[in-house]
Design a binder for this molecule. Structure first.
Ligand code: HPA
Ligand code: ZN
Length: 325
């Protein structure tokens, strides 16, 4: 059996973490007060009562409006620093943090405000012994023109960004919608990944597009790949990373997808464990490892493999990987 202490002490990388999803109820209330914004709740319990969802769409309907409390550079810094402190205490040594610029620019917050605050936190995280990078996500339910404009705004800051991702509502928003923006981002030297959420209408087609047509290096979630043995073989051969999120899975569907995670690991696919939106999905990364390990009776060796995979599919140099492994 795997103990919590074993999990706590294991050095790990976190590769699927939305910074906006780390907004805890107490910080939400503090920022609402600081920025004179009426969010309709005044206590932590009242905020928590709004966290009712059973699928991706109902989660996103709670998630995006809450971001209104994020207004200033300092707000984004505080948000990221709160997470990075928790990451340090979870023994996360490297993190690649998703952020959604369009969720902020669309309500009048300048791109520069967002990225400057987040970047300053990644610099200060070094003092916590956490190496932090940023992944900019396009909102897939926004137009490709909006993604193009966002990439243009981001390019002056590209040294602060390690890669590009794709998130939000997947329904009828296939990865290929953003093929051109992905090509442009890659040409600018950025890594690429994309969400293929669990149990979507076109999960397999979206995974196929992302892997075979767009050449992404990782898929975020992506466990539905088990339904297609050819894609599984391709992912194993190419060293594709799947960034799985057990607690998130269990809150937007009836399943944690543990059987799929174990099966994929057995087939040589580099799956890893992450927290996705920990303030909403009731747990940080070690809680995710613990839930998966206890519910599916993982061995210590399997848990250690998941942590090794997280470094292997991270976007750090081979040399840096070898330091952690
Ligand atoms: N899927 C899609 N959009 C998201 C997610 C996710 O897991 N988390 C935050 N935004
Ligand atoms: Zn996600």
């Amino acid at each position: 059996p795997v103990t919590r202490s074993f999990i706590d002490h294991l050095p790990k990388a976190e590769l699927h973490l939305h910074i906006e999803g780390t907004l805890e109820p107490d910080l939400k209330l503090k920022l609402a007060q600081r920025n004179h914004i009426d969010i309709g709740q005044t206590t932590i319990e009242e905020v928590q009562q709004t966290y009712r969802f059973n699928d991706l769409a109902s989660f996103l309907a709670v998630y995006y409006p809450a971001m209104n409390v994020l207004q200033t550079e300092q707000d984004f810094y505080d948000l990221a620093m709160d997470y990075l402190q928790r990451a340090a205490s979870n023994h996360v040594r490297h993190v690649e943090i998703f952020f959604d610029p369009q969720a902020h620019t669309s309500r009048g917050i300048p791109f520069k405000t967002v990225i400057t605050g987040l970047h300053r936190a990644t610099v200060d995280a070094r003092a916590l012994n956490v190496d932090a990078a940023l992944i900019m996500c396009f909102l897939r339910d926004f137009s490709k023109e909006s993604a193009r404009q966002t990439l243009e705004e981001a390019l002056p800051y590209k040294d602060w960004i390690v890669g590009i991702g794709l998130d939000s509502d997947e329904h009828n928003n296939p990865p290929l919608k953003f093929a051109r923006q992905y090509e442009d981002a890659q040409a600018a030297g950025l890594h690429i990944t994309a969400h293929c959420d669990i149990d979507q209408k076109d999960s397999i087609e979206h995974i196929r597009q992302a892997l075979e047509l767009m050449g992404v290096e990782r898929i975020d979630h992506g466990t539905n790949i088990v339904e297609d043995p050819d894609l599984v073989a391709y992912a194993a051969k190419q060293g594709i990373g799947l960034t799985c999120c057990p607690l998130s899975n269990s809150l937007v569907s009836p399943h944690m997808k543990g059987e799929e995670i174990v099966e994929l690991m057995g087939k040589g696919v580099k799956v890893c464990v992450n927290s996705d939106d920990p303030a909403y999905f009731s747990g940080y990364i070690n809680d995710n490892y613990e839930a998966l390990a206890s519910q599916y009776q993982l061995t210590q060796e399997q848990v250690a493999q998941l942590a090794r995979n997280s470094f292997e599919v991270s976007w750090i140099s081979r040399q840096q990987k070898d330091l952690y492994l």
